[in-house]
Structure formats: C-alpha cells, structure tokens
Design a binder for this molecule. Structure first.
Ligand code: ZN
Length: 280
C-alpha cells in the first residue's frame, strides 16, 4: 500500500481511532481467547486478524513459520502490513504480539489484544496521513505470534515471532530506523514505561514525544524480556513501550473490563507523536 497524497498537518490519533482500537481488541478477546501460539485457536486468531486488518484497508500478509518449542515443532503465524514511500527509504517498524500465555486461561485482553487493536487503528490513522509532503520513511506493522513463553524464556522458548521477523528484516537487507514494540498499553490504570534495555535515543524520543503530547512516559531501570529483544540482538534500534504494572497479568482476569478506550487513546497519541518525529 502507498501513502495517499496529502494536505496540511501530519498525524493525529483521534477519539474515533481509540474507539476503533477498543472494538478490535474486544472482538479479538471475546471471540478468540485463548489463542496460544501453534494451536488451532491461535491460527483462527491469525485468520481473524488477516480479515479484520484487511477490512480496515491494510495490505496484510500472512507469514507462517516453524518454531522449535519445549513441546516440539509448532507452526506459527506473523502478520505484516507495509506502508511504502519508496524502495530505498528507511523503515519504521511497529510491533504487537497477539498470542496468549499458554496454560493460564488468560484471555489476553490487555496482554495481546489491546495493542493488536491499537495497531489496526494506527493503520487506519496512517491511511489518513495529512502531511504537506510524503513521510520520509516506510512503515511496517508486525503482529507477532509466540511472544509468550511456554515454560520459561530462553533461546527455544518465547519471542519466536519477533525472532522470525527480525531475521526476515535482515534477510531482506532493509534499513531500519526504529522498531517500536507495544505491549499492554490498554490498561485502564495506564503507566507507560520504557525498560532499561531499550535504544537510548529512541528512549529519549519517547519521553520527549510524551511531553509534547501530554502523555506520561517514565523510564524503568530494570530490563524487560519482550519482543524488542530479538530486534535489538539483530542490530536494529528497538524500544519497548509497556505498562508492566498490571495486577491481572497472565490471569483469567485479564479481560476487557480492565482495558479502557481512554488509555488506548493516550497510547495511540504517544505513538502518533513518535511517528511524527520519525517520519518527518
Ligand atoms: Zn504476556
């Protein structure tokens, strides 16, 4: 898909975008939970994502791959969508996982569905780009499968989709300006943080963007194991925007009751402000 041509000011994530993000998250949570990686239900969720993001106007592709897991080889599915300005332009990559944590009965409303819906809504926003010139970069969305570990994080457990996506970017020889991972950003009681193991200049950019658009972002000293790690290990500047203070994390109580449209609007506003900076 190519960016449409264009009028005045660039990007704004509106209340309407937030309502749409919430509806997508609810639809995924209510109809496809659990959706553990490598299971039939996981594949049904991938089909839902393909249909839903395509209906939202995104050019979505399915990227299936094999993953070695503590329980044997499993087939997993990433989904990607690209917004291109040119073949030689740099890429900004936005990532959300959509799978749920195996063995917990967790519906993954905040952990998985909230940012999956947010990414679709951000795709709707990008289609209405109103800059006075085209963005300077291409944008790619990746919905990853298999972020959650089956036993405990390790080389063969968890982050499979992100590892596969990072390898694919390397193999294609793409120039990547930034990888932004979104996780658990629909929490009703929102506190967006940047963990210690993130790219320093992207961390500063997130804090600045937050100040500019009035969304609070704080830094964490501790490292977090999340989808940004394989991208960083592959040599790409990567950041994780995550709200890890969530009492319902990996429990059956991670339902839409604890996800709010207002939080999704704040998260979307922050990401739009970062994109404004990255794409100008
Ligand atoms: Zn999780």
């Amino acid at each position: 898909m190519f960016f449409p041509l264009l009028l005045a000011a660039a990007l704004s994530f509106t209340g309407r975008n937030a309502a749409s993000a919430y509806d997508y998250a609810r639809d995924l949570t209510e109809n496809h939970s659990p959706r553990d990686a490598g299971t039939v239900r996981g594949r049904l969720a991938a089909n839902w994502l393909l249909d839903t993001a395509s209906s939202a106007g995104l050019d979505v592709r399915r990227d299936a791959f094999w993953a070695d897991t503590p329980f044997g080889r499993r087939n997993m599915v990433n989904l990607t969508a690209e917004f291109k300005v040119g073949n030689d332009a740099e890429w900004v990559v936005l990532v959300s996982h959509y799978d749920t944590k195996p063995g917990t009965g967790c519906p993954g409303a905040n952990d998985g569905a909230s940012t999956t819906g947010l990414l679709i809504a951000l795709g709707e926003m990008l289609q209405t780009w109103h800059g006075d010139k085209l963005p300077s970069c291409n944008v790619m969305f990746v919905w990853t499968d298999g972020e959650e570990s089956m036993k405990a994080y390790g080389p063969d457990d968890g982050l499979w989709g992100a590892r596969h996506a990072a390898q694919t970017l390397r193999r294609r020889g793409l120039k990547v300006k930034a990888v932004i991972v979104l996780d658990m950003l629909g929490d009703d009681d929102l506190a967006i943080t940047v963990p210690g193991n993130c790219d320093e200049s992207l961390a500063k950019m997130a804090l600045k963007a937050g100040k500019r658009c009035g969304v609070k972002v704080s830094r964490l000293e501790s490292k977090v194991t999340d989808d940004h790690v394989p991208f960083a290990e592959a040599g790409f500047p990567a950041i994780d925007l995550i709200d890890f203070e969530y009492p319902h994390w990996h429990t059956p109580e991670d339902t839409m009751q604890h996800v709010s449209e207002r939080s999704l609007e704040q998260s979307g506003t922050l990401i739009a402000a970062m994109l404004d900076e990255l794409l100008k």
